[in-house]
Design a protein around this ligand. Sequence first.
Ligand SMILES: [Zn+2]
Length: 266
Amino acid sequence: MSLSRRSIALVGSVLLMACTAESNAPHAPAAGGSTLFHAGMVGALLAGVYDGQFEIEAVRKHGDFGLGGFHALDGEMVVLDGHVYQVTSDGKVHGVPDAAKTPFAAVTFFRPEQRIAWSSTQGRTPAFEAFLERERLAPQRLYAIKITGRFKRLLARSVAAQTPPYRPLPEVIAASQKTFPFENVEGTMVGFRLPQHVNGVNLPGYHFHFLDRARTAGGHVLEYEIDQADVEMQLLHGYTVELPEGAAFYEVDLARDRRNDIRAIE
Ligand SMILES: [Zn+2]
């Protein structure tokens, strides 16, 4: 009896040490697992609020993995392994200084808990996503997903910097998005599968940004077909939203249902 009590006490102290070490690590995830941090809201972006309100340095403090956009809608953001990349409308990839600004970004500390391999013999994209929904992901939960490997086909896009007065995002996408078709490309899709209840804050469903293996090309993913890839997933235990100070954010209707707008930009 006393032996087992001692064992329990020992286990308890080991766990405590592990927690302490974790919380002292730089940029440690919050206790209880990673959450999804939002700088701004997709609803404002859809309405045309493109001025950068959050410095990249501040966003990086909340995650090493994610996606977003840049001041004036100048390209697509990919955050991978703690590096922030900008895919501009010419399809090229650039490093981003910490002082650059974003109107919207969503990041987390990526610590995958589930891994699967997927190959084209198992099915195309609808079958892949249906498998995840059926076997791996709970409908109401939030997940970070990283897909690394070879893609038979992938269609990415980016958008050029806009000038005020800004038009709503669906209009900008329809008028001026640039698309980049890839075939048999190796690289990484970085993104999330989010439930309907995040509507307004982020995009429900699957949302990926892509970087090729050399990190020289990429963009927001419009279509993809996995050839052979490792799929890593992490359950996120909640989300936070930081609201900007800029007045433009509060002048648009943040309560409006923009699901039709979301369909138009995907
Ligand atoms: Zn995107």
